[in-house]
Design a binder for this molecule. Structure first.
Ligand SMILES: Cc1cc2nc3c(=O)[nH]c(=O)nc-3n(C[C@H](O)[C@H](O)[C@H](O)COP(=O)(O)OP(=O)(O)OC[C@H]3O[C@@H](n4cnc5c(N)ncnc54)[C@H](O)[C@@H]3O)c2cc1C
Length: 368
């Protein structure tokens, strides 16, 4: 096994996108990426793919601006990814709908936030909704349209796997069980069958980052937040927009791929059980917004784990404990959205060219 310049641990969108950007920037780098690319509980394949900083964020802080910048980068990021990988990825920048019945408690605050941040939005009357979103329940008299996006995150993950492989990243589908290290350097990542030696290491292992960090003798306050989801069969020609409902959302995944309905937020560790009544609750709430969903066939149900740091902010940057260790985890509810900006931020950080470190995201806040 050669000595790799960079060893990335984690086969979700975060790990792959860092590898992709690094290889685009410095093709000569020898990069290994470790992790099971079909881990069915990884957040990257479980997500709904909403690119929704405006529906999700409530204040114009650093986190919001990072997410906002990432949204702007998305069309170009997906274009490059499709060109390199040859894998089609559904992306829509048609926007999101915030129906009045879901946002009645904070309607004015949302509008105020959109105005103060200069976010492109419109208020659609029932007449406009009849024209643009005819499937929406007749009980909805008004909605805000906001300029967000939607991606099919499974297709994007497939494209990232194919693109990094084409660019020459060494993909090792193994689980890391420990590390060889000394006081200030990580020497290798150890799996059941091999030792992967590297000059730099990146921990991009989502909710599992805490247990991996333990192997380095580091206490990483990261935990999984469980989400139950389902996908219903509907033609995406019927709906171009993502809809934020009451404790639920409806996300189109492209023609033939149906609509994703999500999701719960459960603090239950790595409990992967799927509860029929919970899924039915999601469908019932979504049907109040789009009545046609009530009888739509269920294509699949699943569970995924959002990686959540103690303060719910991403953990991105250089370790203060090991000179050659970097973290990118804790992307929580918006990791798909953050993928392009995160890839740029982390590849610059690893290459030592990062100009403006974001202190709110720094691993040092947890003494990592
Ligand atoms: C139900 C749900 C809905 C979501 N919806 C959205 C959404 O609409 N929009 C949005 O922006 N975000 C959404 N998210 C959040 C987003 O999915 C995550 O923030 C993002 O996918 C995190 O990516 P990741 O690569 O860090 O983690 P993951 O995708 O979880 O990947 C972690 C990787 O680490 C690997 N790994 C773990 N342990 C080891 C080990 N010991 N050795 C080797 N590899 C290891 C795993 O196999 C996996 O490949 C959602 C998440 C969930 C769960």
């Amino acid at each position: 096994m050669p000595v790799f310049d960079i060893v990335i641990i984690g086969a979700g969108v975060i790990g792959y996108s860092i590898a992709f950007r690094l290889k685009q920037t410095r093709p000569e780098l020898r990069i290994a990426l470790l992790g099971d690319k079909v881990n069915s509980h990884m957040a990257s394949r479980a997500a709904a793919g909403m690119l929704a900083p405006y529906g999700e964020c409530e204040q114009g802080d650093r986190f919001f601006h990072f997410c906002h910048d990432s949204l702007k980068q998305y069309p170009q990021f997906v274009k490059e990814l499709m060109e390199v990988s040859g894998v089609p990825v559904y992306i829509s920048m048609a926007g999101s709908i915030l129906p009045s019945i879901s946002y009645s408690h904070c309607w004015d605050e949302r509008l105020q936030f959109f105005r103060s941040e200069g976010i492109s939005h419109e208020i659609w009357s029932r007449q406009t909704l009849n024209e643009k979103v005819p499937l929406l329940s007749s009980k909805i008299f008004e909605a805000i349209w906001v300029a967000e996006g939607q991606v099919n995150n499974r297709q994007m993950h497939d494209a990232l796997v194919a693109a990094t492989e084409k660019l020459g990243v060494h993909l090792i589908p193994d689980t890391v069980t420990g590390f060889q290290k000394d006081e200030s350097l990580v020497r290798s990542a150890v799996t059941d069958s091999k030792e992967v030696i590297g000059k730099k290491f990146v921990l991009a292992s989502g909710s599992w980052a805490a247990s991996l960090a333990q192997g380095l003798g580091v206490n990483f306050p990261m935990k999984p937040v469980k989400g139950q989801m389902c996908r219903l069969q509907m033609s995406s020609k019927d709906l171009a927009f993502t809809i934020h409902g009451i404790l639920t959302y409806i996300a189109p995944w492209g023609e033939g791929e149906g609509f994703v309905i999500g999701s719960t937020m459960e603090d239950k560790g790595f409990d992967s059980s799927i509860e029929e009544e919970v899924i039915q609750g999601l469908i019932d709430r979504a049907s109040e917004i789009l009545p046609c969903l009530k009888d739509a066939p269920v294509m699949e149900t699943w569970v995924g784990f959002r990686p959540a740091a103690e303060d719910k902010m991403p953990v991105m940057g250089k370790s203060g404990t090991f000179e050659n260790l970097y973290y990118s985890s804790g992307h929580f509810r918006n990791g798909i959205l953050q993928t392009p900006a995160q890839a740029d931020y982390m590849s610059a950080c690893i290459l030592g060219t990062l100009e403006n470190e974001i202190p709110e995201f720094a691993p040092s806040r947890f003494n990592l």
